[in-house]
Design a protein around this ligand. Structure first.
Ligand code: FMN
Length: 289
């Protein structure tokens, strides 16, 4: 019995496509390679199925032309594609993506799957930010025209303020099932055994990564607050006597007003110190600096 061999080739800009490629490779006990590396095209004839995945950029699948040029001499192999973008996948988007990425004579044979990845405006490069600003403008214009914001548009607009991650491991299942359907029962059994061990390993690693990420976020937040506090102290030290007296007076007045308000509404005790208390002095300070 020959083993059924699968190769996953991917290209990514910010990592979501690599993540999907890893999940797919685990589930099919496949080899995995970054499409930007060299050498994999010489080994193509070893594989029964080649899966190519790329991130979406202005409807284009990253690296697809290069991939097709490299695999052109292996027409017998079963080739499956996947694209990772920020729009929710649907049958319509798959048709649009096939039309945008393949010549007309190939479209009816193309097997393409569409997954949703991650979008983080603040982490993009200059040119990507520029393009995304245009996209944001189009979304806001659409909202203005129709008088409401759709749920998808809302999620996409949120990515301009915070990282949005829609990656979902379970969505690879149709692709995995599609490839498994080519395997003999013995090949399938062998693949599934090996895949189970790999998937468990990845799950353990991802859980640890999630914990590390949370720790890192907490550490960054604490560092940020500490720096803010130090900056505040430094600026206060630089105030002259009169300014300091004025600041203390403003602060005391503000605190007593807020305290009175809190007692009236029955709110719990809060920290009422506000940047506003000495923001005037900051401005003067900065002018002097
Ligand atoms: C400049 C730019 C253009 C994009 N164009 C599309 C697009 O046409 N369709 C889509 O669904 N997502 C689009 N996206 C979103 C990315 O495809 C999405 O963030 C994806 O998860 C990125 O994959 P990666 O993390 O592997 O690089 C675009 C993102 C950027 C920055």
């Amino acid at each position: 019995m020959n083993e059924y061999k699968v190769l996953v080739v991917y290209r990514t800009k910010h990592g979501s496509t690599r993540r999907y490629a890893g999940w797919i490779a685990d589930a099919l006990d496949a080899d995995i390679v970054n499409g930007e590396e060299n050498g994999w095209e010489q080994r193509l004839s070893e594989y029964d199925t080649i899966i190519y995945g790329g991130n979406l950029n202005e409807s284009g699948i990253n690296g697809i032309a290069k991939f097709r040029a490299r695999t052109g001499s292996h027409p017998d192999q079963n080739i499956v594609y996947f694209a990772v973008g920020s729009f929710p996948p649907s049958e319509d988007t798959v048709v649009e993506l096939v039309n945008a990425n393949f010549p007309e004579h190939l479209r009816s044979q193309v097997k393409l799957f569409h997954f949703r990845g991650r979008l983080d405006f603040l982490g993009l490069g200059f040119w990507e930010k520029f393009l995304m600003r245009g996209f944001q403008k189009r979304l806001l214009e659409r909202e203005k025209k129709q008088g409401f914001r759709t749920e998808t548009d809302n999620e996409l607009l949120m990515a301009f303020e915070q990282e949005m991650d829609w990656s979902d491991k379970t969505t690879i299942q149709p692709l995995v099932d599609y490839v498994k359907a080519f395997m003999t029962p013995q090949q399938l059994q062998k693949t599934e055994q090996a895949a189970a061990a790999r998937m468990a390993e990845t799950e353990k690693r991802e859980e640890q990564e999630a914990r590390d990420w949370e720790e890192e976020q907490k550490r960054r937040e604490a560092l940020f607050l500490e720096r803010q506090e130090k900056e505040k102290e430094g600026k206060l030290r630089r105030l002259n006597k009169k300014q300091r007296a004025q600041y203390e007076e403003n602060k005391a007045r503000r605190e007593s007003m807020e305290q009175a308000e809190a007692e009236k509404t029955g709110d719990a005790e809060e920290d009422f110190t506000s940047e506003d208390d000495y923001s005037d002095f900051y401005d003067e300070d900065e002018k002097r600096d």
